[in-house]
Design a protein around this ligand. Structure first.
Ligand code: PMP
Length: 441
């Protein structure tokens, strides 16, 4: 049973007014103030329980507040909290040894950050340090790499972008989209065309050479797009042939989300630099990069943040990885993903609103369309599904990114009990039926 804190409503209101910016939580009418979490469940300030199919931005792969992680963090807290990066700590060495052990083959060194965005910037800096003559990093259209100045620019064009005076320029290359292949092409031909365009862009599309191609194994915020298998092998080969580094942003796909430890492993594509974040900290802020043996390290002063190697997060990260191995979260993710995907495919047969069902593992999403033939997106349906589901005690992620807004994400912790997963999917089924009954498109 959730115990609720005593709350002064005037303080709550004053705090709300004082905040510079808030994201929207999905329920629509008001924000959801969360006070407690366990596993796949969260509770709000009014004692309402929710099944959390967002894993709080796909970060609680292990389930919220896993006691093994909480205990490790508390133990570290009691000893020492902050250490500036010129000194070392025990969890720094222990986690680094562990990460290198579980990393895709050949990635043998690691560096840390507290946010995915800063870790992506580290990856950019390592790339430029290793290709000093090159002036460009290529990214995919509809990519998402973060919201710092540089990563925002590396992502899908930011509407109205007021930040451009201080942003670097990135060249965005087209990527295949199996649900919407280019006109007259099937997904494989679309992938082959995009590979040709990637090669052309490296050779002829930029001034000053390309240091790296950076991409997510599955485009998470940009529509939950899994590419055809041939794309992954093709990108690796082109990078090899053109002497360009490959950066994989595994901030969403790492640590079991796809039913494998890494997207790199799942798609059999080894990067030169791998960016991780979100789930590694087990709920604590932690991110970083893993780099291949041939990559030259930074020079002194290239990359150092005051809290970049925060011992509490490092200790939590180590406990998270050990617990993930103990519980075999990859198998859990794969099995639950198969179950959820089967149920969603069944819903798709009954609900014309569901245009597409996406996986693998528990990287699950549906795309809502107004019409199956034209595939015209239905952001209104996605918004309403998220809102009504939250009112019924289930939190689903939405994607308002890349001009889409028609994606509902079903990405709970990887160990969600089947009963809760089924309850959440029942609510989704019920809400979609209701919307279709109301004629919403
Ligand atoms: N890359 C990807 C693929 C992400 O999904 C995110 C976060 N959604 C980021 C980078 C940025 O991470 P952070 O929000 O921790 O800065």
């Amino acid at each position: 049973m959730a115990t609720q804190p005593i709350l002064d409503p005037t303080v709550l209101e004053a705090g709300r007014r004082a905040l510079l910016a808030r994201g929207t939580s999905g329920r629509g009418d008001e924000d959801i103030v969360l006070t407690r979490a366990r596993g796949s469940l969260v509770w709000d300030v009014d004692g309402r329980e929710y099944i959390d199919c967002t894993s709080q931005a796909w970060s609680n792969n292990l389930g919220a507040n896993d006691p093994r992680v909480v205990e490790a963090a508390i133990e570290q807290l009691r000893e020492i909290t902050h250490i500036r990066p010129v000194y070392s700590s025990l969890p720094l060495f222990e986690l680094s040894a562990k990460l290198v052990e579980i990393a895709p083959g050949g990635l043998d060194r690691v560096s840390y950050s507290l946010h995915g965005s800063t870790a992506v910037e580290t990856a950019m800096k390592v790339s430029l340090r290793n290709r000093p003559a090159a002036r460009n990093i290529l990214v995919l259209q509809d990519a998402y790499h973060g919201r710092s100045l540089a990563t925002l620019a590396a992502s899908w064009p930011h509407p109205g972008d007021p930040f451009s005076p201080l942003q670097p320029r990135f060249t965005r290359v087209p990527a295949p989209n199996p649900y919407r292949p280019r006109i007259g092409l099937d997904p494989e031909a679309d992938a082959a065309l995009c590979l040709d365009l990637l090669r052309d862009t490296i050779r002829k599309g930029v001034d000053g050479g390309v240091a790296a191609v950076m991409m997510e194994p599955i485009q998470g915020n940009g529509g939950h797009i899994e590419f055809p298998r041939s794309w992954y092998a093709g990108v690796r080969q082109i990078c090899e042939e053109e002497d360009v580094l490959l950066v994989l942003d595994e901030i969403q796909t790492g640590f079991g989300r796809l039913g494998a430890m890494w997207g790199s492993e799942y798609y059999d594509i080894t990067p030169d630099i791998l960016v991780f974040g979100k789930a590694v900290g087990g709920g604590f802020p932690l991110a970083g990069v893993l780099v291949a043996e041939h990559i030259q390290a930074f020079e002194s002063g290239d990359d150092q943040l005051t809290f970049g190697e925060f011992p509490v997060s490092l200790a939590a990260g180590l406990a998270t990885i050990k617990a993930s191995e103990e519980d075999d979260v990859c198998t859990q993710s794969r099995d639950r993903g198969i179950h959820a995907t089967k149920r969603l495919l069944d819903m798709q047969r009954r609900h014309p609103l569901i245009g597409d069902v996406r996986c693998p593992g528990l990287m699950v999403a549906i795309e809502l369309v107004q019409d199956r033939e034209t595939k015209a997106p239905s952001p209104a349906a996605a918004r309403e599904i998220a809102r009504r589901s939250a009112q019924r005690g289930v939190l689903f992620g939405e994607s308002r990114y890349a001009g889409l807004g028609d994606i509902i994400k079903v990405k709970p912790p990887l160990d969600i009990p089947y009963e809760q997963l089924d309850q959440a999917l029942d609510v989704l089924d019920e809400v979609i039926a209701e919307l279709e009954g109301e004629g919403l498109r």
